[in-house]
Design a protein around this ligand. Structure first.
Ligand code: F3S
Length: 107
């Protein structure tokens, strides 16, 4: 099993999750982050770190967000690793409570 980054992360990308990952399983795109399902050891420490609660255990991903399981496994193959937090995206606080952000995901 793995953990999965879901929609709330899009356009926010706070990256607090990255610092606590013991296996460096995060991959970074321009406005989203994903978890490499091959690397994730299911420790769950990242879940509580995300200010917008974007990360779920695979089996707990809400039904309307299930497509993010595939999105994480696909994008992890093309995006570079990130192992330390960076600044959130400039308008993260503006977007943190917005839903239906998938249309803004830059792949
Ligand atoms: Fe995204 Fe939350 Fe990490 S917004 S970058 S999953 S801390």
């Amino acid at each position: 099993m793995t953990h999965v980054v879901t929609e709330s992360c899009i356009l926010c990308r706070y990256t607090d999750c990255v610092n606590v990952c013991p296996v460096d399983c995060f991959r970074m795109g321009s406005n989203f982050l994903v978890i490499d399902p091959e690397e994730c050891i299911d420790c769950a420490v990242c879940v509580a770190e995300c200010p917008v609660s974007a990360i779920y255990a695979e089996e707990d991903v809400p039904s309307e967000q299930k497509h993010f399981i595939k999105i994480n496994s696909e994008l992890t193959k093309k995006w570079p690793s990130i192992t330390k937090s960076i600044d959130p995206l400039p308008e993260a606080d503006k977007w943190k409570n917005v839903t239906k952000k998938l249309v803004y995901l830059k792949k």
